[in-house]
Design a protein around this ligand. Structure first.
Ligand SMILES: [Zn+2]
Length: 486
């Protein structure tokens, strides 16, 4: 196979990731949130976490859509063709064992599934693993950060995109592998290899347990990138080896494969119409995850397939910058600003916001160059979202640490612009304490720069604006509160 063909193959395979399994979170919601795990009590306790990234995790799939120009109807995977493919599973597993050193322990349940059945499966897993309240909280979190419009319907978007994109999937709860009937012929074999890689990892590392052990949304995203990145790496390597190539011998091929997965998705209307955050959250585990797995293999050899499960990355920053993973750089925990609100407010969502989330925020509102330059200087961020059900007023409190006061000031300036675009304020001014205060009909915002930390309170009702951004004295109290409040 020519290199160009390999690239195309890799692109298609990555593009088809819609089918890949992600763990259970259904939706792509808020900043890197995946969520959902089988253990719902844990979910309720720690969630309100964004799931955009998490969406994918209800099932591990390979998204197919994106690359294939062929009409899906031209590629029906009938029973006979399916059986022929399944008959080659042992041969595929033997090749995968040569790469990874891991052997399949038990036979894998597999079957062919129609697009309608995929939709039913996604919907049923979503209902099993999330409540309408959790989905609504995630949706509102995404809206408050500005990632999606006010009329965005997270559950519907999630089901629509996955049903459209899934060419193959692995249900780690049922231990069942599926190939979609519509999977284009040139994707069928690699899609099967991708899902076999999930099954192989599941038998050795228990993917459901692995996904449930993360401590936050950004950690969820990192673990999803391990799972999808490893399956994508094995899939691409499998394809390359058929033509005598290898990412082990030629590391640049991994970069080419990952970058080649940026494809046009015009023929996939659900994907194409999804907000940037949703689209990128679907891609991240596959593309960034593949490069992360490549870096770990370059350092540890085949032991790298186990290492990423033995010592899980804890943040999207560690995925994007493997040196941060090898050096075990941990995210900081900035204090969320204390907000003085009246009665009736209840916390509906809280959690981490990672480097990846910030890169998307900057890309969406400011530009790709600033996102690329500034986001790596992220060091840690948390948010809390409260809502007054009676008035429907939602108030977001958020804090983010940067690598230096200079980077924090830059973000402070840019975040002011983001808030001006999000809130469309009628008035914005800087008070004597140096805070930026904006007033709009939908809600007011107060931005504070304190050393390497930027904080914001957004969505404040008019009556509460002065209380939360009074003057220098209030500001000092707020700083004190930030140091003492969880
Ligand atoms: Zn997958």
């Amino acid at each position: 196979m020519e290199l160009s063909s390999i690239h195309e193959y890799a692109v298609q395979a990555l593009g088809s990731r819609s089918g890949c399994v992600r763990r259970g979170a259904a939706a792509g919601m808020a900043p890197s949130a995946h969520s959902c795990r089988p253990d719902r009590s844990r979910l309720r306790r720690t969630c309100p976490r964004p799931w955009v990234a998490g969406l994918v995790f209800i099932l591990l799939l390979v998204l197919a859509a994106v690359a294939s120009p062929a009409s899906p109807k031209d590629a029906e995977l009938g029973g006979e063709r399916g059986e022929q493919l399944f008959a080659r599973i042992d041969e595929m597993l033997a090749e995968m064992s040569k790469m990874t050193g891991l052997e399949m322990k038990r036979p894998i349940q597999r079957s062919i599934i129609t697009r309608e059945q995929i939709r039913d499966l996604v919907e049923s897993r979503l209902k099993e693993q999330t409540t309408p309240e959790e989905i609504r909280a995630e949706e509102l979190t995404l809206k408050m950060f500005g990632f999606v419009d006010e009329d965005f319907d997270l559950a519907k978007q999630y089901v629509d995109v996955l049903a459209e994109q899934a060419t193959a999937l692995y249900d780690y709860q049922a231990k069942q592998l599926y190939l979609a009937t519509w999977t284009p012929e040139d994707l069928q074999e690699v899609a099967l290899v991708h899902e076999l890689a999930h099954a192989l990892a599941d038998q050795h590392f228990d993917l459901g347990k692995y996904l449930s052990k993360s401590r936050g949304a950004d950690g969820d995203l990192a673990r999803s990138a391990v799972i999808e990145g490893q399956a994508s790496w094995i899939m691409v390597e499998y394809a390359m080896r058929q033509s005598g190539k290898s990412m082990v011998k030629s590391p640049l091929l991994a970069v080419t494969a990952a970058s080649a997965s940026r494809f046009e998705a015009g023929q996939y209307p659900a994907y194409a119409s999804a907000p940037l955050y949703i689209r990128e959250s679907l891609l991240f585990p596959y593309t960034a995850g593949l490069l992360f797995q490549q870096a770990v293999i370059e350092k540890h050899g085949a032991a790298g397939f186990t290492e990423v499960f033995r010592q899980p990355p804890v943040s999207s920053q560690q995925i994007l910058h493997p040196d941060a993973y090898f050096g075990q750089r941990l995210p900081t925990k900035p204090r969320i600003p204390k907000v003085r609100l009246g009665r009736g407010y209840k916390t509906i969502s809280q959690g981490q916001i990672g480097q990846w989330d910030h890169s998307i925020l900057l890309k969406q509102f400011i530009g790709e160059e600033e996102a690329r330059d500034l986001s790596p200087h992220w060091r840690g961020a948390y948010y809390k979202l409260r809502e007054n059900k009676a008035s429907s007023q939602a108030v977001l409190a958020y804090a983010v640490d940067w690598s230096s006061p200079e980077r924090a000031r830059r973000y402070f300036e840019l975040y002011r612009k983001i808030c001006e675009k999000k809130w469309r304020p009628s008035k914005v001014e800087q008070n004597p304490a140096g805070q930026v205060v904006g007033q709009s009909d939908k809600g007011n915002f107060v931005l504070t720069l304190n050393g390497r930390t930027v904080t914001s309170i957004e969505g404040l009702p008019n009556a509460r604006l002065k209380t939360n951004a009074g003057g220098s004295k209030t500001s000092e109290r707020q700083v004190a509160n930030e140091r003492t409040t969880d």
